[in-house]
Design a protein around this ligand. Sequence first.
Ligand code: UDP
Length: 241
Amino acid sequence: MAKKETILNVDVSNETYDSLIQQLFNRMKENKQAFIVAVNPEKIMKADQNPDLKALINTADYQIPDGVGVLLASKLQGGSITNRITGIDLMMEIVREAAEQEKRIFLYGAKPGVAEAAKEQLVQDYPNLQVAGVMHGYHDDNEYIIETINQSQADILFVAMGSPRQEEWIRQNQSRLHVSVFQGVGGSFDVVAGNTKRAPVWSRKLGLEWLYRLIAEPWRWKRQIVLPKFLLKVLQQRTKK
Ligand code: UDP
């Protein structure tokens, strides 16, 4: 059973990579669908202002805590989420297991050529991996997109079109797609293809990715200012209880 905690009325899954992978591949065997959405302080704050977005997130099957801010919030409200699960790391774990269990993946999204380059990198890393197909994220004909994915007989679909666009697209089309696992992965294809660099390992281990980004891309401070606001709101809600 999926374990969850609620932060500012948004559900957040409390899982480890192992437990999540096990649940996803078990569901696949039972022909059940699973929709994974990554949540971070920015998304939770947006959802707080936008009931549609909140419903979209809360009706997904797994809301992975992507961002140390979510872990801090859990701690502040006396919760127990201590495992961060990032979108890209989960994607890589799913890919590894898919290669192992001979499940087929499909990469949909990013600029023309990027999904193809990501595929080449993944196949190099996992020679047994079956990539059912790739498609860039700028097609207009939705019927063509659905048909292409269904014809590929993919078991797992990664959608890289940014948030919340990718989650909205998954929700709108999920029932027509013969796919078991859906994950919105943002800019991950660009990272796998080597076009965008991830923050260095030291900063990720220390939970200081935000600090690295702030120094490397100072113009992001406007996006980061949301973190203290978010934590304050979590504290205020706790004192209200
Ligand atoms: N993208 C796309 N189709 C669109 C708009 C965006 O495929 O119509 C892709 C874009 O090329 C990029 C990704 O979506 O690869 C967005 O990544 P971003 O880092 O902005 O997403 P985030 O992780 O911040 O949600």
